[in-house]
Ligand binder design. Sequence first.
Ligand SMILES: [Ca+2]
Ligand SMILES: [Ca+2]
Length: 239
Amino acid sequence: MTPFIVNPFRFSAASWEFEEDFTSYASQGAADAVWVPVVTGTVTNAVDISNDYLKLISPASGTGYYGSNTRALTATDDAAFVLRYKLHWISDNQVGGCSADYMTGLFNSNSSSGTNVTQDYIGVVNQVQAGYAKYVTAAGNSASPVDGGNFKSNFTTVIPTAGDDRYFETIRTSSTTFTVQIFSDSGYSASLEAKSDSCDSTITDLDFTGIKGQTCTTNAAQSYYIDDVQFANGVTVAP
Ligand SMILES: [Ca+2]
Ligand SMILES: [Ca+2]
């Protein structure tokens, strides 16, 4: 009888392409060289090297406009990747005639995210508008990440709430499908809500991850930070 030998490596998932807790930067310049900030107006977005996270503050007054921070990835697979991060909601201001929309996800460009800046993207938008704040999945081909026409599914159980830590997992499950699941724990075991959506197969080359978005001049506002970012390429299950 031939002995059956299990090869453990045969079943091993790929490893994370990177894991980021924002603790390793010796200076603001070193952090900004990796998580490249782009900003106009009075949006504040940067790695906070004192608190070891990536923070975004869109002000309720002043001239908020857009901000982005992205870091480069290596040739993201167009049909399989896993992105995880913790999102801590600091505060929001649910007023005004136009919304504050910021997205965490993957993009095919390190450009900013004004309404006229088109790019490919998949991720989750935090939208604050008069009377509500919500998380919504989004996927667009040659569009603006804050274009509501490319919003997919509203999370209705998990609502942005001051002080909450939520753990987001976005998976591109094929060229035309993706899922987003929100967990309550850093082990990604306690699921609070999940969405499955379709996307355009022409959404490709998502070689940057980070945050992007915009606000109007004196209206709705939001502040949050992300931490413990993990990215795995070419797989549809977390390593
Ligand atoms: Ca951290
Ligand atoms: Ca495209």
